[in-house]
Design a protein around this ligand. Structure first.
Ligand code: NIG
Ligand code: FE
Length: 396
């Protein structure tokens, strides 16, 4: 396929804009890209798709979602509006644990049926790669069930799915006050089985007062690394427990949320090349007031990704462009940083060097937008400007 007359944002150097450009695609890869005027003769006869001047970016990458879960938490949303906090609800057995109850009761088929419409919304907004975490099962069998559903999403829809083991998301009631026993008896065995069954690409945990401390997570991350799996961490979302520095010390791909990130945490992330995943949907939903230290992350040269954190509690958000808008308006990312955050930097956060930019040899995952400037993607609030997607070299 030959895509012609595109306003390309290659994302290779900032936006990497190329006016009136072409992209030659063979199989699921980009073979050539550059200005129309320089198109090699060999590609000229290839079947043409005319972008008619539209903005074309790499396909969007949502590098942090909890898209597999049962039910919803609209009632909790109401409780928060009446004054209860996210942490109070969690400590009273609601929050993540109410989704755990519903998810344990659901069959694999039911979970898949409930997840697919959320995935379809992300795809309709331009996503071509989506990360999906477990973490609402919290038994060995239920964590594995969630991960099988996550894998099935990638077989059911034209989207690449990366799965993440997140058994260390919350402490279920049967282990209340016994976090180390939960890690030893559920998190570690489910991790080993999930890895043996090819169900996971990475390991994540929730480091927070209402979840796990750094010390409680050490055995889990040690095991992940022994199994050759990359780690990442929900860190410094509601308080500073030193999670980001711990994750960076383990060579983490990313540390995510980061509202309460300290200067020491920033330095550790910069030294390790750990990506900062910014999740404005959760900040917005929980009406947090302390924003992540964006200017300091920028100054330290830490790559920033932006994701939806799609989940039933803190971020019922299924639009990457709305996440970009929120990242700009709430956190002062530039539209260029926001776009890099859902493409090149999101790819880094998932350890996927074969996507997130437009260059020869990379996957042919592209978005054609009803837009002519990349800042438009961040500027409109909740608009779906997607014209068409090309996923793995195929036009939707
Ligand atoms: O990323 N912070 C922990 N986990 C999710 C919230 C999950 C939930 O509330 O169900 C998050 O915000
Ligand atoms: Fe999350």
């Amino acid at each position: 396929m030959l895509l012609t007359h595109a306003t390309l944002a290659t994302l290779t150097d900032g936006y990497g804009l190329v006016a009136d450009a072409a992209v030659a695609i063979t199989g699921d890869r980009i073979a050539w890209t550059g200005p129309m005027a320089e198109l090699p003769a060999a590609f000229r006869a290839w079947p043409e798709t005319d972008a008619q001047g539209r903005l074309v970016t790499a396909g969007l990458i949502d590098c942090h979602t909890h898209a597999v879960f049962a039910g919803h938490r609209a009632v909790e949303f109401e409780l928060r509006l009446k004054g209860a906090s996210y942490e109070e609800i969690a400590r009273a057995g609601g929050g993540i644990l109410s989704t755990v109850t519903a998810t344990r009761e659901a069959t694999e088929e039911e979970l898949l049926a409930q997840a697919l419409p959320r995935i379809d919304q992300l795809i309709a907004g331009g996503a071509t790669t989506i990360e999906v975490k477990s973490g609402y099962g919290l038994t060995v069998a239920d964590e594995l069930k969630m991960l099988r559903v996550a894998r099935r999403i990638g077989q059911s829809r034209p989207v690449a799915v990366r799965t993440t083991h997140l058994a260390a998301h919350a402490i279920p009631p049967e282990y209340k006050g016994r976090a180390p026993a939960y890690i030893a008896e559920v998190a570690l065995p489910s991790l080993r089985t999930a890895q043996a069954e090819g169900l996971i690409d990475a390991v994540d945990a929730f480091c927070e007062g209402i979840a796990f401390s750094v010390n409680e997570l050490r055995p889990l991350f040690a095991e992940a690394r022994a199994l050759g799996l990359p780690v990442k961490l929900h860190a410094e979302q509601l308080s500073d427990l030193g999670g980001a520095a711990f994750a960076a010390g383990c060579g983490a791909l990313s540390a995510d949320h980061l509202e309460y990130l300290s200067p020491a945490g920033i330095a550790a992330m910069a030294a390790a090349g750990t990506v900062a995943v910014i999740l404005p949907g959760a900040f917005y939903t929980l009406r947090q007031t302390q924003a992540p230290p964006i200017a300091a992350l920028r100054a330290a040269g830490v790559a920033m990704a932006v994701a939806t954190d799609l989940n039933p509690g803190s971020s019922p958000l299924a639009s990457l462009t709305l996440a970009m808008n929120m990242a700009c308006t709430l956190f002062r990312l530039t539209p260029e940083e926001a776009l890099l955050g859902v493409t090149a930097h999101a790819a880094r956060a998932l350890g996927l060097p074969d996507r997130g930019r437009i260059a020869p040899g990379l996957r042919a995952d592209l978005c054609l937008w009803d837009a002519d400037h990349p800042a438009e993607l961040s500027y409109r609030i909740g608009a779906t400007a997607l014209h068409k997607r090309i996923y793995g070299g195929r036009l939707d």
